[in-house]
Write a protein that binds this ligand. Structure first.
Ligand SMILES: [Zn+2]
Length: 100
């Protein structure tokens, strides 16, 4: 599925032991309809991110994949067109940083 923000999904022959997630449309309307389910608004510090979600440090939108995210994954934030790399933040949670 080319539209998933997790770019690693396109790699053929990669062992796939990741948890899969069903995404629902949360009404995020800053991207075209077919990509809406891959993003949602962040509701602040109390927002708990799921294993398939990571926060974009640029526009503070939550990026969602149909598969569990892991450190080293590259994801694409369509709302701000940033390419991001998933890693561990100072809190031990998954965080994304901008890839240059
Ligand atoms: Zn962004």
């Amino acid at each position: 599925m080319m539209s998933d923000p997790l770019e690693a999904m396109a790699e053929p022959g990669t062992p796939d032991d990741r948890r899969r997630f069903i995404l629902d449309d949360t009404g995020f309307d800053e991207v075209p309809r077919r990509w809406r389910r891959f993003y949602r608004k962040w509701s602040g510090a109390s927002d708990r991110l799921a294993a398939n979600e990571v926060l974009c440090p640029v526009c503070k939108v939550v990026i969602r994949s149909t598969r569990e995210l892991r450190p080293g994954d590259r994801v694409y934030c369509m709302p701000c067109m940033s390419r991001l790399i998933v890693g561990f933040g100072p809190t031990g949670r998954l965080e994304a940083t901008v890839a240059y």
